[in-house]
Ligand binder design. Sequence first.
Ligand SMILES: [Zn+2]
Ligand SMILES: [Zn+2]
Length: 351
Amino acid sequence: MEQGQTATMLHKPDDVPVKDVVRIASYHRRDFDLAVVRTNPSDHDQIRSSLLSPNHATTSTLGQLDILPTELAHEICLYLDIRSLFRFRQVNRRAQQIVSSIRLYRAVINHALEAFCIILRTNIAPWFTLSDLFKVLCTKYCQFCGDFGGFIFLPSFARCCFTCIREENLPRVLPLSVLKQRLKPRSGRLLGFIPTVRTLPGIYSMDETPRKRRTKVVLRDSVNTLYLSDYSENTRVKRSQSTSLLPYMVTTSLPYFDPKSGAVQRGISCSGCQVALEKDLYTSGVKPAACALRDKVYSHDDFRNHFQNCHEARKLWELSGQGTSIINVPEFVRRRGYFKKRDVMMSFHSQ
Ligand SMILES: [Zn+2]
Ligand SMILES: [Zn+2]
């Protein structure tokens, strides 16, 4: 069938249900999630239920704190930093009851448990509250470019997208050891006041570079220039492979949670754009914007708008019989992205 004939058969995009279009013509880029800080998701399923302990009757008390109404106890908890809140919860079953019944806490544990655990493990937890995390969880778009953002930049708890991580569009970060060298004498006490991320061993970036050592990382601009002895463009740290990996080592995936509808989105990419890219490869050569379009991540609503203008995505929809049958999709889509090391991909696909 000629391409023009196919186009005339396509249904009006406005008629199609978003949910079905998302199911047929989009996929989640798993390789992006695996390029940043991550833990094994199967570990979390086991602890989620214990972190959301039900309200069993308990004889435990919190001493004088028990005279406070529950609402006030919740309010106080929201002022605690995440590490203190976690420690308070471990005091006894009464404390578990109080923390587990906080609406924000339940939303975070239900929808952002991996990020929550990573925040604790990277030691950034003392610098931010549960309210801070909930606010980022309910933020849909990247703070730096305005596209859908499926990640959190840990040093400042900012919503960000993978493009901004990859293209170094995030605020610059440095190893703490580098910042120490630049501080003026007797300014060392400042270090205790700087939010610091302690990186985790793992495999980072799209090149899948392993990093075994843990490094303390801070925002380059976290110290006022008055306290730096040699702050100038000329003395800034030269970019190297290790510093170019840092943005990946201080970000982790974080879904978007809509508190009104309760819906959760992790971001989707267009299967049709991958089909178009592969067709270009075999015919005229890849167009400059094709890779960027293939790598673009959308919210569900934004994807619907894209779908209206993406010929290949609409063709997939037609091939599926308007969502009624399974279709063949490119290998890249089936794998949910690009993986250099097959064993890494397989270990996560089997989870
Ligand atoms: Zn961005
Ligand atoms: Zn597309």
